[in-house]
Write a new protein. Structure first.
Length: 353
């Protein structure tokens, strides 16, 4: 495949109300088709991962990147980071279309934003990919340690979810996770690490995983983990969605037997009214953009030249954020989702002023 140059990229800005900039990039030589969406830079440069996956059409890709980008604005604000919200998608099957040339071309697309967007890894991309993207732009984090980065951020994401989960259970049930049953949906790079951490905490773990190879690996590594087909019909105390988003629909929320929802997946609610449905059923939902901020905290540390030791305390502090949100929800008589959004809106409003 041919090497990309900035002139060879076909970049077209899209008119998307409510977003600072959304652009589509195509490069014929490498087959690159990507969208970068910058939702807000009110608190700082927009930092968010690049998702590499197949979409049925461009409209689906645009809708996905818009949701993800907006969620990053809330995530950074809730975590107290001086970052805005942005996200990117590369359209295509990474197993078929990913190549060093395509990743370098994508790096040039990132570079064209002039630092208003900083990329990291997401579904379909990893630290090895970011090393290559970083050959064409200075605005890439989540790289391997050999390239000056802090490595994969999956552990920090999982550790933040665990801290958030502990806080929610402590607030609602006045007890530790030990002895409770947690249902983890998805045993990917974050879900797998969360399973390990939960077992170390003394929790019982049930897992729903679509891929047979991962189920087999999980059974071999952790025979004490129970594999189930559907967590919404399982007896669990905590539901931890760690795969793709939108698993909580009005129907699935009504079936859920857990009392806490806290996981790593983005955009867990299929529709905004699901938060109210969960609340009516006595289920506390820890907003995903609060619980899964550990990875963002790590890549921001890489951006600012800090170490993994600097990250640990901030990640563990996500539990304090969850306690503050649940306390405000009780005080204001609202859902945790509404309480979290008010806290985020307060910070964004102060920044705007």
């Amino acid at each position: 495949m041919s090497q990309a140059t900035t002139d060879a990229l076909q970049i077209r800005d899209l008119d998307v109300p409510g977003y600072e900039r959304v652009a589509l990039c195509e490069h014929a030589g490498t087959g690159l088709r990507a969208i970068i969406a910058v939702h807000s830079t009110a608190l700082g440069p927009a930092l968010g991962g690049t998702r590499f996956k197949s979409y049925p059409d461009d409209g689906a890709a645009l809708a996905d990147v818009e949701r993800l980008s907006e969620g990053m604005t809330y995530k950074a604000a809730a975590a107290g980071l001086d970052l805005g919200g942005g996200k990117a998608v590369i359209m295509g099957d990474p197993a078929v279309h990913k190549s060093p040339e395509l990743l370098r071309a994508y790096g040039l697309f990132v570079e064209s934003f002039g630092g208003t967007y900083i990329t990291a890894a997401d579904v379909g991309t990893n630290s090895d990919d970011l090393d290559i993207v970083g050959e064409a732009t200075t605005f890439a984090v989540g790289r391997n340690e050999s390239s000056g980065g802090l490595g994969d951020s999956g552990y920090s994401t999982a550790a933040g979810v665990l801290s958030s989960m502990r806080a929610a259970v402590r607030f609602l049930r006045q007890r530790p996770l030990e002895g409770l049953t947690v249902g983890v949906e998805g045993a990917g790079k974050v879900g797998w690490r969360l399973i390990e951490l939960l077992l170390n905490d003394g929790a019982r773990v049930r897992v729903s995983e679509a891929l047979a190879a991962k189920r087999e690996s999980l059974s071999t590594s952790y025979p004490e983990v129970e594999l189930v087909d559907d967590l919404f019909d399982a007896e669990i105390d905590v539901y931890a969605p760690c795969a793709m988003g939108a698993t909580l629909t009005p129907g699935s929320a009504a079936r859920l037997r857990a009392t806490v929802v806290c996981g790593a997946a983005n955009n867990q609610l299929a529709t905004v009214d699901v938060a109210d449905i969960l609340h009516r059923h006595g289920i506390a939902w820890v907003p995903d953009y609060v619980a899964n901020a550990g990875g963002l905290i790590q890549v921001d540390a890489e951006r600012t030249g800090r170490s993994l030791n600097d990250v640990a305390g901030h990640v563990d502090g996500l539990g304090d954020s969850v306690t503050s949100i649940l306390t405000r929800a009780v005080q204001d008589g609202v859902t945790a989702a509404t309480a979290a959004r008010r806290i985020v809106d307060d910070r964004l409003s102060r920044a705007a002023r």
